[in-house]
Write a protein that binds this ligand. Structure first.
Ligand code: HEM
Length: 125
């Protein structure tokens, strides 16, 4: 499956379920929880979901609202080291397992999550 075909296979509902399953675990995470302290979790959920929908061939509302993603710049205020990456990926891997999506779509998403999480590291370990 191509990246541009994922949205058609997963739909708005699939992305909604996946991102809800991810964010549900963020507050209790020992590394990610403190980073999100005081942030509007439902707005954060909307941003990640909107970005993924745009990135994987769906409607481009994220771009209309947020402009170019500039993910490295937008993560600069947060200490993303290898430990934070591992926690983020562990939560997302669990969310992928518990969300009902076509397996081919899960593989494409998992590959993207791993490479993007590496790319976002901005602090030494
Ligand atoms: C590697 C570990 C990561 C950490 C610790 C991290 C942490 C954060 C935090 C604290 C925020 C601010 C929440 C908010 O929007 O209010 C954020 C925003 C965001 N993150 Fe991450 N993130 C990570 C990886 C990723 C990955 C892999 C992706 C893409 C798949 C991603 C996509 C986004 C997006 C789209 C936003 C919102 C950007 C915006 O429009 O402002 N992040 N992240």
């Amino acid at each position: 499956m191509e990246e541009s075909e994922v949205y058609a296979a997963v739909g708005e509902t699939g992305f909604r379920d996946l991102i809800a399953n991810f964010y549900r675990r963020v507050p209790a995470d020992t590394v990610l929880g403190p980073m999100y302290q005081g942030r509007d979790m439902s707005a954060a959920e909307d941003r990640l979901r909107g970005f993924l929908i745009y990135r994987f061939g769906g409607p481009v509302e994220y771009i209309e609202q947020r402009g170019h993603p500039r993910l490295r710049m937008r993560h600069a205020p947060f200490a993303v080291n290898a430990e934070a990456r591992d926690h983020w990926l562990a939560l997302m891997t669990t969310a992928l397992v518990e969300t009902s999506l076509p397996e081919e779509a899960k593989s494409v998403l998992a590959a993207f999550f791993h490479s993007t999480a590496d790319f976002l590291i901005n602090r030494p370990a």
